[in-house]
Write a protein that binds this ligand. Structure first.
Ligand SMILES: [Zn+2]
Length: 340
């Protein structure tokens, strides 16, 4: 993000939003977009994030078309082509593996909407759907004066303006006033609380993104982990360069591939480095090894010691008693760790 803050186009956008003097242009533009959305929230009173999205796309004049199947990808452009929108002739070809969304300008606006976003929700792109939509909304919020006929969103994209849109989209996708876990004093958060909040607010957001955001913002010590089979960092590098001795062929282990900690975690000794291997004795490992069939929505808890976690050199984490709750999500395990 440091690079985006120095980019001349990003600075120019911030100036157009009224930033004077020095300052972080990314933070400034994000804040301005959030303020705009807050004004609409006050005016229209959406009751959850799905309704907020409806409100915002209406205000920026965006039609969302979701591609769920290969057939959709043929039918959607056809519909617009028949309506005289020649630009849609490029849509079918434009969706390659890295392209998650397209935005097209309509020659003739429909119901006050001048742009159409075509969002690819097929296969692995499905998990990003919620962000993909908000990313396109961000373009229209941040660059309303910009008139583009055709634009592709590819992932990943290192372009500073695209990263700015990710920052705006990421903030709005989980608009803070509607997306904070508030529990009565002394109540330990559970994966069930996170899921209830997600379902109430943004059922189409991915569980991983929603849980991570809620824990990152939580006002209590807590760590959210996604565990899956993976190599350690040095093994990844070796595999990429092909520099491996046959006898040193690495085997993947169950690792914390994603770790999100609340601000208060460190102070309570709750710290788990990313990519650390999960102890075989942990409930996380046990859940991982169970058959998946009837495990959806079920979780298991156990009281453990953080010092059970060790790296390959034998270094151990702090000697802190914790409660670990774990549940299966496909080939991964989601876990919530709180002080015991
Ligand atoms: Zn974009």
């Amino acid at each position: 993000m440091a690079r985006a803050a120095q980019d001349s186009r990003v600075v120019k956008l911030a100036r157009e939003f009224g930033m004077k003097g020095a300052g972080n242009p990314v933070a400034f533009v994000v804040d301005r977009c959030v303020r705009q959305v807050t004004a609409w929230v006050k005016e229209f009173g959406p009751s959850n994030l799905e309704e907020l999205l409806e409100t915002v796309i209406a205000k920026v004049g965006l039609i969302i078309e979701e591609v769920q199947t290969d057939d959709d990808l043929e039918q959607i452009p056809k519909r617009y082509l028949q309506g005289g929108e020649g630009g849609f002739g490029r849509v079918l070809q434009a969706f390659d593996d890295r392209t998650f969304a397209l935005v097209l300008r309509l020659r003739r606006p429909r119901h006050g909407c001048a742009h159409v976003a075509v969002i690819d929700c097929r296969g692995r792109k499905r998990a990003r759907r919620w962000f993909s939509i908000w990313h396109e909304v961000a373009h229209l919020l941040a660059e309303p004066q910009l008139s583009f006929n055709f634009r592709r969103t590819v992932v990943p994209d290192k372009d500073p303006v695209e990263q700015l849109m990710d920052s705006i989209g990421g903030e709005l996708a989980f608009y803070r006033p509607m997306f904070e876990l508030i529990l009565p004093d002394g109540v330990r958060p559970t994966l069930g609380h996170l899921e209830d909040h997600r379902v109430r607010q943004a059922p189409s957001a991915s569980r991983e993104a929603a849980y991570g955001t809620l824990i990152g913002r939580a006002g209590i010590p807590a760590v959210f982990i996604v565990a899956e089979m993976d190599f350690k960092a040095s093994e990844h590098r070796a595999l990429q360069t092909g520099f491996l001795f046959p006898q040193a062929a690495p085997t993947p282990e169950l690792r914390a591939v994603r770790v999100v900690s609340s601000d208060l975690s460190r102070g309570s000794g709750l710290f788990i480095p990313r990519n650390m291997r999960v102890p075989p004795t942990s409930v996380i490992s046990r859940v991982f090894l169970q058959e998946t069939a009837d495990l959806a929505d079920k979780t298991w808890s156990s009281r453990e010691l953080l010092s059970d976690w060790s790296d390959s050199k034998g270094n151990r984490l702090a000697d802190v008693p914790v409660m670990v709750e774990a549940g299966r999500s496909g080939s991964r395990v989601f876990a919530l760790i709180t002080p015991a």
